[in-house]
Design a protein around this ligand. Structure first.
Ligand code: ZN
Length: 307
């Protein structure tokens, strides 16, 4: 039946309305491809416009003899936090990051997550006051053997104080051993050791802090497909490496990139920010592909109906 613009226009309107409806309604699909997990939402292209840099810190304070590469001087840390603000980068919480990854909400196109590993007291005493100045959320990745053991470790009391202030926590294992090749595991069952590192640490943190623990930072970033699968089975939703690449909507949840900031390589922070300044918020290839497919199919439809 021949069509004209008067009959085509309502159909086109319906077509795009349905696109919007499916975008909101379609749940993310967890698909396994080539040994890696991808979270994809086929009808919703909007979150693909977003880029997130995940910054990984450890200790804060003066450098003893300049040798502690993972200790960041407080004034350097404050300058970096200020640089995020001045670059127009939004620091988001893990809760918002995960909601975005699930396709449940949008986040600013140029976003950053701040993570602090290992559970040193300087995260509480030095970094937290600076982060409060900027009203930035952050997440602590804790290995449970190093909690409440004195010295430079954080106590459960301090962690509960941070929890009550709305801060978030993730697991960094039990022992901080390399999960691919643990040094201290001479005999015994590797899988039960790994299960304890993943699930045991999660259960300790959840019972002591009474909050859900759904993300993990691999010690030293070490992981393989077996560890990724065990972590998903063990109740984790997102796992972080030390691979300095930004996170996109379709980045594999089992090996998300993270920029580890050290005092000897200040360029890592600059590169992370530069990455966002360069590509964050720009239309991604996948979005362009999706839009061109949409345009192509709509033109095909017009060709068939308009005479
Ligand atoms: Zn660590």
């Amino acid at each position: 039946m021949p069509g004209n613009w008067r009959t085509v226009a309502p159909k086109a309107f319906f077509f795009f309305q349905m696109g919007g409806f499916m975008c909101v309604q379609s749940p993310p699909i967890l698909a396994q491809k080539g040994g890696h997990f991808f979270q994809i939402s086929p009808f919703c292209w909007q979150p693909r416009n977003v880029e997130v840099i995940v910054l990984g810190y450890h200790r804060f304070g003066a450098l003893p003899g300049g040798k502690d590469t993972l200790a960041i001087q407080p004034e350097v840390f404050r300058r970096q936090m200020k640089a995020l603000k001045e670059s127009g980068i939004t620091v988001i919480s893990m809760k918002d990051f995960l909601s975005w990854r699930r396709g449940e909400r949008e986040i600013p196109a140029r976003s950053a997550l701040i993570t602090i590993d290992d559970g040193y007291i300087s995260g509480y005493a030095t970094a937290w006051p600076i982060l409060k100045e900027f009203k930035y959320p952050f997440i602590l990745y804790l290995y449970t053997k190093y909690i409440n053991v004195g010295g430079k470790s954080l106590s459960w009391k301090q962690l509960r104080e941070m929890r009550d202030a709305g801060l978030e926590f993730g697991s960094h294992g039990v022992s901080h051993e390399n999960m691919v090749c643990p040094r201290t595991l001479k005999e015994g069952d590797y899988q039960s050791w790994l299960t304890n590192e993943l699930e045991g640490s999660r259960k300790i943190l959840e019972s002591q802090l009474n909050v859900p623990i759904t993300t993990l930072a691999y010690p030293y970033g070490s992981h393989n497909i077996g560890i990724v699968q065990s972590a998903f089975r063990g109740g984790y939703e997102a796992m972080f490496t030390v691979n300095p690449v930004p996170v996109h909507f379709d980045s594999p949840s089992g090996s998300l990139g993270r920029f580890i900031i050290s005092s000897t390589h200040p360029e890592t922070f600059r590169n992370a920010v530069r990455t966002l300044n360069c590509t964050g918020g720009k239309t991604s290839t996948s979005r362009r592909t999706f839009l061109s497919l949409m345009a192509h199919s709509f033109l095909e439809y017009l060709k068939k109906t308009v005479h």
